[in-house]
Unconditional design. Structure first.
Length: 279
């Protein structure tokens, strides 16, 4: 299961302090890229979330706004166009608009979300600082363990580290290292990697899985990216846009954006990690 970090990434890790690093439901693959409650689609420029009941309107021939129906608080709608008239109008399709104002919240999709439209992942897979993640089994132990996430950023190398510190004991804690070209998940206080793969991750194509040879030179296998848009249910809940990678040594990783690994299965189908809860 473990292999050594490649030399290039090990140097980067040392530069920011490596010792800071110890009932399943069926998976359903989907081609949808979910953004909150809505599906992100080609041509979409943003979305509006309804903060208070407001009108869906059409623009009359004289420029007046004519009510179509009432949109309910909490609903979300894709936005395809924007007009600067009438105080600002978000076009939500079928020549209908939502008026800009305090009753709606407008957002634009991130680069990583837009990349998913091409089934491509370029980052954003590591857990966020402050999260508490509970696993059972927990990667190297067949027991339940809680981890607290802290992170650091090194601007020189454009690299983020997220540390999963085991509650009550720093042993068997873990670290994520996300570089613009690379994602590594490893065991804290060691130079052992559980996962070391290259970005971008494109559904249905291969990516590089790095390792060090006996003479400490960098090498790689080509491994399959089975999905970047799966919906996966584990005990912690249901996650969208999950990346599924099967590595050369037969392990299948399920990685959710902003959460990290939610499930890990070995080549014999034995569960090695499952996320029980997070907050």
């Amino acid at each position: 299961m473990f292999q050594k970090f490649s030399k290039v990434m090990l140097i980067l890790v040392l530069a920011v302090g490596f010792t800071s690093l110890g009932n399943m439901q069926a998976d359903a693959a989907t081609n949808k890229v979910m953004w909150g409650k809505t599906e992100l689609k080609q041509g979409q420029i943003g979305k509006v979330t309804i903060l208070a009941d407001t009108n869906l309107v059409k623009v009359g021939s004289n420029g007046s706004l004519n009510k179509v129906r009432t949109l309910k608080k909490g609903d979300e709608y894709r936005v395809y166009t924007y007009k600067g008239t009438n105080g600002g109008l978000y076009g939500v399709g079928a020549s209908s608009f939502v008026q800009k104002g305090s009753k709606v919240k407008y957002e634009t999709p991130s680069k990583s979300k837009l990349a998913l439209l091409n089934k491509e992942v370029i980052g954003g897979l590591t857990p966020k600082a402050g999260m508490k993640l509970v696993y059972s089994p927990s990667f190297t132990e067949n027991t339940q363990n809680e981890f607290t996430v802290s992170d650091s950023y090194n601007s020189e190398y454009d690299m983020t580290e997220a540390f999963l510190m085991k509650k009550g004991n720093s042993l068997n804690s873990f670290t994520y290292i996300e570089h613009k070209d690379r994602l590594i998940f490893g065991v804290a206080h060691t130079d052992w990697a559980i996962l070391d793969i290259a970005f971008p991750l494109i559904e249905g194509k291969t990516t590089k899985e790095y390792y060090l040879t006996e003479d400490n030179s960098q090498a790689f296998y080509n491994v399959n990216v089975e999905s970047t848009t799966s919906t996966v249910k584990v005990k912690a809940g249901t996650f969208q846009n999950v990346v599924v990678v099967r590595t050369n040594y037969g392990y299948t990783f399920y990685i959710a954006p902003g959460i990290g690994i939610i499930k890990l299965v070995d080549k014999k189908g034995v569960l090695k990690a499952e996320l029980l809860s997070y907050k």
